[in-house]
Write a protein that binds this ligand. Sequence first.
Ligand code: FRU
Length: 476
Amino acid sequence: MKIMKDKFTPNIHFKAPFGWLNDPNGLVYANEQWHLLYQFHPMSNIWGPMHWGHAVSDDLVNWIHCPIAIAPDEQGAMFSGSGIIDKNNDSGLFDGPSDNNLVIFYTASLTQAEQDDFQTQCLAYSNDGGLSWTKYEHNPVIANPGLACYRDPKVLWVEESQSWVLLITHGQSIGIYKSTNLTHWELCSEFGESEGLHTSGPWECPDMYPLTAEDGMTKWILVVGIGDGCEASGSGTQYFVGDFDGETFINSNPSEKVLYLDNGRDYYATQSWFNAPDNKRVGISWMSNWRYARDTETQTFRSIMTLPREYSLVTNSHGDYVIAQSFASQVNEKFNQVSTLAESEVNVIQPPSSVYKLKGELDLSEEQTAEITLFGEDKPQVTIEYVNGEIMVSSARSYLGLNEILQKEFPHNYSFSQEHNTSSLDVELIVDNGSVELLVCGGRVSMTQLYFPEKPEGQVSLSHWQNVQFSPYSPQ
Ligand code: FRU
């Protein structure tokens, strides 16, 4: 067999240099660089003994690959986790205070033959900007209290309580711990047993941060991945809006309320960067779904990340606080050659390549359906309607290849609705060689999907769109 460049190699999305990738890990902005570490299996394009890959970027689009950060050891494989800067040397692991004191927290996971999914929380540190990492000699820093799914430590600094906080998934809830020295952790509370969505899938990869809305209100956001059983099928990401005092998270919504961070099928294990500049909350997700991640249509590598996004706190039409997403400003800058299209042109747009951005407005009467047809196909992948005060977005995806898992799990046809008090909506999407990230309504609706089309550079056709702006990717 001849090994060829993969047809679905992305242009602007992050991928590992080769091999398997899943969750983003250890996201830190340090020394004016974005560090992206990630679940990595360098020896195969299928999930296996997890390592942490590592890359850095100045602009969130162009990445420099670095040596593997951490590899499996006698404590287990290196499952997901997070990163921080121990600026004041609270841990005592460094020579003194410095912006270079990087610490990552990971789960060591022993599986099957050795011991059934026995998971403990560990740390490693670097004082050379992340080029090399030393595992802490007294790992684990948190022993397993007897829980089956006990993983994915997320560490944050909480200004109000002047303490480090660590979140871990406890089966289907989140354990909240605190510490002053990063090595001794005390369990303060648990959140979630009877809140939000619970399915057969475990809760995974928590994240938490405060966001301040334009009206000055600050809310804490708790993000949780759900391994399987989400509405769009398979893995998905839910979030809670609430209050946090450094020890306990209180949900501001009724416990049965389910908020999805994305309504597509390829947006999982979302994490945000520690110390992002300009007070922005910037995050990234794994662009796949455990239902078919091992079978996607590439060979030399498998899986990509979503584009980096910025998260903000806004209100919906009921006045409730929700998250709005936008593409990171650094990503938008790569699409700055904008042409405005006349209405007569939007039915047939021939992109110059397979990576481009589209922006437009919809003002839909009850009978009108806005359509987005991509890749020169004859049926729309996405339709948007405005019915009884709700936006309804429908997604249709097909798969024509030979892989049996993809034949079963990949095609779909579903809709979701969201209240919205006006029929005028803004829409934007970025297409990159088959992947599509769609934001509607000021980013209150997000839908992220993979496609494996015959012609990723095929023609685009839009109906009922106004003020359409087309931008090809302009690398700088
Ligand atoms: C989520 C996840 C994590 C785990 C990692 C293993 O996708 O299952 O809970 O740490 O992947 O690769």
